[in-house]
Design a protein around this ligand. Sequence first.
Ligand code: MG
Length: 165
Amino acid sequence: MNNPQFKYPDTKAYNFVVNRLHERGVDLEDLVAIIYQTQKKFEPTLTADRCRKYLTDALHKRELLNNAMVMLELDRLTEAGQIAEPLSSIIRNDVGVFGVDETLALQIANIYGTIGTTNFGYFDRVKKGILAKYDTDSHHVNTFIDDLLAAIVAAVCGKIAHQYA
Ligand code: MG
């Protein structure tokens, strides 16, 4: 049941997500690079510093942190064999008709508006930079992390598009 005394642990949630991404081989600068490369052709005055600031802002939003924690934990628990069948096999094999990974990712992509949906579709297809790494790595369960990264980048690109419109 809902406990009204519970205070949302913003800092702990942020640290959890950033540290887990780091453990999974994601340097936030890799995300900054994709955001900057993608948006600079639309916004010539954009700087990498600006992109870094927008990424940091996005990573502090509870809407992003909640979904990111669930996604990162589902990859980890599946890899550790702690998810029951048949869900475990479905996640492990990144089954096309599953779609929960995309659903959780799209909520993140849309935190700054629906432009994030278009951006997410684009990044999911072109797999720029570090996004490609999780597509070919068969040593880990990457079912959620690849969509998570594409969604974070998509959301921040959407934020920039609104900011400069
Ligand atoms: Mg996926």
